[in-house]
Design a protein around this ligand. Structure first.
Ligand code: HEM
Length: 147
């Protein structure tokens, strides 16, 4: 009896997990920038390349000395995923808090945009998608520069 109940409960759990997955998938439009970029694997590859470029550039890497890079990459990938219509939920700090006290300049912001553009180029992201992502990131400038 107990065994049967457990099996029924387990089956119910599997079913509801499937339903949740379906629901998550259903929320992602195939026209979204997220889908056109190639979903999370593509975003993670771009984030890896971008982070390596940032880490190697003395004009922008000072603030990263004490950063947990794995966490930074995860948060950045989630942020891009969410901002482009993907199924993720960004759980990091808002952009003003994340960059507070860094006194980031417009020049550093533009250099960072350049590293992102180069990372997108490395994976042959087409011009249209590249521009859409760069302008989404560009809209964050006022929250990042001079804080
Ligand atoms: C171009 C747009 C930018 C975006 C979308 C962006 C996004 C992010 C995100 C998502 C985080 C993680 C926040 C968290 O984990 O809670 C972060 C942290 C950070 N960002 Fe940016 N960022 C940008 C520009 C810059 C620039 C221009 C610099 C420096 C030149 C910079 C330096 C940093 C540093 C040092 C951290 C880590 C802070 C820490 O260790 O807590 N970011 N950024």
């Amino acid at each position: 009896m107990l065994k049967k109940m457990l099996i029924t409960a387990a089956f119910g759990l599997v079913l509801s997990a499937c339903a949740m997955q379906q629901e998550q998938k259903a929320q992602v439009s195939p026209d979204s920038l997220y889908a056109r970029l190639g979903g999370m694997p593509a975003i993670e590859a771009v984030v890896d390349e971008f982070t390596a470029r940032m880490a190697a550039d003395p004009r922008v890497n000072k603030g990263f000395a004490k950063t947990d890079i794995a966490k930074f990459k995860k948060n950045l990938a989630d942020q891009i995923c969410e901002a482009t219509g993907g199924p993720c939920k960004y759980k990091g700090k808002d952009m003003v808090s994340a960059h507070k006290g860094m006194n980031i300049t417009n020049e550093q912001f533009n250099i960072t945009g350049g590293h992102l553009a180069a990372a997108l180029d490395k994976f042959n992201v087409p011009m249209k998608e590249k521009n859409e992502l760069l302008s989404a990131i560009g809209s964050m400038q006022k929250d990042i520069v001079g804080k």
